[in-house]
Design a protein around this ligand. Structure first.
Ligand SMILES: *Cc1c(COP(=O)(O)O)cnc(C)c1O
Length: 380
């Protein structure tokens, strides 16, 4: 018997006309950084987000976060508050700058930053006579943070707010897009994000002057003069036109992609309604509109015979890929010496959670196979 087709967690989803967009930049020789495709991509992102804020296209989300922290004034030795339930790219740029991450637990409802632990961490930093130089809030798995409370804390204590919206393009909180609440917002377009440019990212700046600085720093801080004069230690972070062209093709279907992710999420909610030992991470509240980049389930029962590790193996045998949620950053070997505020919510999610296939290319047949696998596992 033939092996069944493998169902991946989230493959890049390429539109049929993508090659037209790519052919155009190749034929016009606009493949490298700068050029009309990059500007067009930035403008279309701005339109999609309904914002006047400048959007700077870069070659990764990590680069965007690095620039955001730098522009926020983060320096070596500073404390930077950071959500622990995230991919390591949320905190690595803090380390690039020689700053010290202070990790914060998640709240039970969204599994993003717990506001009371944010305040606790700020107070602790103040006691060390070092006000945090920035806060990095992450909308993990496409579910928005409690941005109002977090933004208020940042305002009250005058701490620059950076939103890591890498996974949440198209998600909204109280009708405002993720990425627009803070002083800076970052997006990622790597292979498995909701849209991809092959690799890439963007920085959204509240202050237009800062966006100018970002563009400058992203191009080795080359002065406007004719020679090779550089007025700062810059970076090679600009997005090439080739990548922007793929991004332009992807943006045409962004609304459908979000719709598809939300339908998949609904599908999983229905799959698990009768299964009491599993909770689907979901925000059923009008204030939140999530893109559900990845749907995550959590085993809530103490039934030791069924658990995420075993379910993952069961799914893999049926050719279905799944993945554990991020290992909390404060538990990573590279960050265990840092400070941490909170309880074990993030750790519990890591230990009891599983991300299920959430790619935009999943077919009805794929969903049937997934549903059958879920039913077989939980009825066994
Ligand atoms: C993907 C991701 C990033 C990094 O983006 P790259 O484009 O891969 O550098 C940052 N933060 C989070 C939360 C992400 O999921």
């Amino acid at each position: 018997m033939d092996e069944p087709k493998k169902i991946a967690l989230a493959l890049p989803f390429i539109d049929a006309d993508a090659t037209d967009y790519l052919a155009e930049v190749v034929n016009e020789n606009w493949v490298t950084s700068g050029g009309p495709a990059v500007t067009k991509f930035e403008n279309q992102l701005q339109e999609f987000l309904y914002t006047e804020r400048e959007v700077v296209a870069l070659n990764s989300g990590t680069a965007a976060l690095h620039l955001a922290l730098k522009l926020a004034g983060v320096q070596s030795g500073d404390f930077v508050l950071c959500q622990t339930m995230s991919f390591v790219a949320s905190s690595n740029p803090i380390a690039y700058l020689g700053a010290i991450p202070v990790f914060i637990d998640s709240e039970r409802s969204t599994y993003n930053l717990a506001p009371e632990n944010v305040e606790e961490a700020i107070e602790w930093c103040l006691k060390q006579n070092k006000k945090p130089a920035a806060l990095v809030a992450v909308h993990s798995f496409g579910i928005p943070c409690q941005m109002e409370e977090i933004a208020k804390l940042c305002k009250d204590y005058e701490i620059p707010l950076i939103e890591d919206a890498a996974e949440s393009l198209g998600s909204r909180y109280k009708d405002q897009s993720c990425g627009l609440f803070g002083d800076y917002g970052i997006l990622s377009f790597n292979g498995n994000k909701i849209i991809t440019t092959g690799g890439g990212g963007a920085l959204i700046c509240k202050d237009a002057q800062k966006a100018e600085e970002a563009r400058h720093l992203a191009r080795q801080a080359k002065s406007a003069t004719t020679g090779f004069e550089h007025d700062a230690v810059g970076f090679n972070y600009a997005m090439p036109g080739l990548n922007a062209a793929l991004g332009l093709s992807q943006l045409q279907t962004l609304k459908e992609r979000i719709q598809k992710k939300r339908e998949l999420h609904q599908f999983y909610l229905e799959c698990f309604t009768e299964i009491e030992e599993v909770e689907v991470l979901s925000v059923q509240n009008e204030e939140y509109y999530a893109n559900y980049w990845l749907t995550v389930i959590r085993f809530t029962g103490s039934d030791s015979t069924r658990n995420p590790e075993q379910f993952q193996v069961f799914l893999a045998e049926k050719g279905i890929e799944s993945r554990f949620p991020w290992k909390p950053l404060h538990l990573q070997e590279i960050y265990t010496k840092q400070h941490y505020f909170g309880a074990q919510h993030a750790e519990t999610l890591w230990k009891t959670g599983l991300c299920l296939p959430s790619g935009c290319g999943l077919t009805k047949e794929d969903l049937n196979r997934i549903q059958q696998a879920i039913n077989a596992y939980f009825s066994g």
